[in-house]
Write a protein that binds this ligand. Structure first.
Ligand code: HEC
Length: 182
């Protein structure tokens, strides 16, 4: 799986680089550096130390003034090499992909109805590049879509999305067999 990312608004990137340089110049460190702990592990509870570094989790800080992440157009080429059992875990875990809160998924009819059902996604012959872009940054198709921006917000890595896509594209019966073999 090969993924190329194009950022469509270069000036925001320049602003971010400047902000980063200012942070380095002022000597501020990351949560990981300050606590000596590793970064948040997907699937585990969020660390609450130094929450002021995350303005959107703080009532006092101007979350609404933060620029949204840059819209990213991605290219997907090569084969889908994900692990569908891990993809199911990512898609259904409340603290990870949490696709289930808005979508019905293969083997999960209890999913939400804010987004269209993905239960039969494997039967719809949709291109891998379309699906990858939808999950990485939905704003390329619909700037007002009610779906999280998973790539630019660093919620899911390209590998995570590969696993989720393997889960969506492999018919459910095979999925279950793969999950049992693990
Ligand atoms: C907060 C709700 C929400 C969450 C969470 C969410 N989605 Fe969506 N999703 C939507 C909505 C709404 C749409 C319809 C998009 C539009 O309005 O353009 C959509 C569309 C899609 C589509 C396109 C479906 C089609 O028929 O073309 C795919 C694929 C998709 N989502 C996958 C995912 C995956 C995978 C996850 C988890 C990693 C996820 N979504 C999480 C709300 C959500």
């Amino acid at each position: 799986m090969r993924v190329t990312i194009h950022e469509t608004r270069g000036w925001i990137r320049s602003a971010r680089v400047l902000a980063l340089l200012l942070a380095v110049a002022s000597g501020s460190t990351t949560w990981a550096e300050e606590t000596g702990k590793t970064e948040w592990v997907p699937g585990e509870p969020y660390p609450t130390a130094l929450l002021d570094r995350y303005p959107c989790h703080d009532y006092e800080l101007p979350c609404g003034n933060m620029a949204p992440p840059i819209v990213q157009q991605v290219e997907f080429s090569g084969e889908l090499t994900g692990d569908s059992a891990l993809g199911e875990k990512i898609a259904t875990n409340l603290r990870w992909g949490n696709c289930l809160s808005c979508h019905k998924l293969p083997g999960h009819p209890e999913g939400g109805t804010i987004g269209p059902s993905l239960a039969d996604y494997s039967t719809r012959s949709l291109p891998l590049s379309y699906t990858y872009q939808r999950i990485w940054d939905v704003r390329v198709f619909n700037p007002n879509a009610h779906m999280p921006v998973y790539g630019p917000n660093r919620i899911l890595t390209p590998e995570d999305i590969g696993h989720v896509m393997a889960y969506l594209y492999v018919p459910h019966a095979e999925n279950r067999i793969a999950a049992k073999q693990d």
